[in-house]
Design a protein around this ligand. Structure first.
Ligand code: ATP
Ligand code: MG
Length: 301
């Protein structure tokens, strides 16, 4: 386990106004790590990831057998922050039948004919399963806030689209998540915190390395021009929606190995807090098992 002290550094304290500049984007900005040196920290992170992956596979099985809870993991980030890679690496040991990943793009015409939460509601994990949102209901207070003209397509009743409008959306999101938590869905939210400098480096890599060309999209560069507006929207959204029931974690994203270890560890720690166990057979079920065992053993060879 990563020491609790470290993990605490990434949690957005509910009710507090957060400033992203106060949160590390790289491993060497994490309190106390720099003197250890990159090699040592990186090796340690690899061990944490490996162990967490094993534990996660086991806990997922228990989650499934227990069949009372589900886990919803939300990933939000700027482009090239490593959402896809983190999901791939952290979930690689988990039984694919117990895990669903949904990636949310621009809403379709059908989705725009419903309230903004509808499409996310339809994608929620069933009891016993882990659901991953690669982008999420938060896009509706992030990209949509940065580009308010997108609201026109949402065909909302008339009204001002000022501060109160966005506060109402945060309120709706908090109520939605509270409803989920009250009914057995554990909600965990990660913002992969990438520096503007590292994003530039990753974009340039996509432009210069032929094997990475396919990952580049001109739209990503267009969004980068709105960097400051996005950071402001993230700060406001995280401050308003990090709650005791569904906290945000702001995870450094400049080093992929660090991101993956931290995310994996946080997921495992969250599942460990649940009281998950395999169902105990009733006396009747035990008797039936015993009868089945006897029948098989008595079969002639
Ligand atoms: P990748 O680039 O790795 O495939 P991605 O998540 O960036 O993953 P894209 O297809 O590039 O996927 O982008 C999806 C786009 O859809 C993003 O720009 C995102 O902001 C936008 N989007 C997602 N949800 C909404 C929404 N509710 N309203 C408007 N735009 C949205
Ligand atoms: Mg993209």
């Amino acid at each position: 386990m990563i020491r609790r002290k470290f993990l605490h550094l990434f949690r957005a304290e509910p009710g507090k106004k957060i400033r992203l500049a106060d949160y590390p984007t790289a491993w060497d900005q994490i309190e106390g790590l720099k003197p250890l040196g990159k090699r040592v920290v990186r090796e340690r992170a690899a061990e944490v990831l490996e162990r967490s992956r094993r534990e996660l596979a086991e806990m997922q099985e228990r989650l499934y057998a227990d069949d009372r809870y589900s886990l919803l993991i939300v990933f939000q980030a700027m482009d090239a922050a490593g959402k896809d890679g983190t999901i791939k690496h952290v979930m690689s040991g988990v039984n694919p039948q117990g895990c669903q990943v949904f990636s949310f793009k621009e809403p379709s015409a059908e989705e725009l004919d419903h309230t903004f939460l509808w499409r996310y509601m339809k994608a929620l994990p069933e009891r016993g399963r882990i659901g991953i949102f690669n982008r999420s209901h938060y896009e509706d207070v992030l990209v949509v806030k940065v580009h308010p003209e997108l609201l026109e397509a949402q065909k909302l009743p008339p009204g001002k689209r000022g501060k109160k409008f966005w506060e109402a959306r945060y309120e709706d999101i908090n109520a939605f998540e509270r409803h989920l938590v009250r009914n057995g869905t554990v909600v965990l939210k990660f913002f992969l915190h990438l520096s503007k400098k590292e994003q530039k480096k990753r974009f340039l890599e996509r432009l210069t390395r032929p094997d990475k060309h396919w990952k580049f999209s001109a739209a990503d560069l267009a969004e980068r021009r709105h960097w400051d507006a996005y950071m402001k929207a993230y700060e406001q959204a995280i401050s308003a929606t990090s709650t005791e029931w569904a906290p945000w974690y702001i995870v450094p994203a400049d080093n992929k190995w660090a991101t993956r270890a931290i995310v994996a560890d946080l997921i495992v720690q969250t599942l460990k807090k649940l009281d998950l166990h395999y169902p105990e057979p009733t006396p009747e079920q035990l008797a039936a098992l015993e009868a089945a065992r006897r029948e098989l053993e008595d079969e002639p060879d």
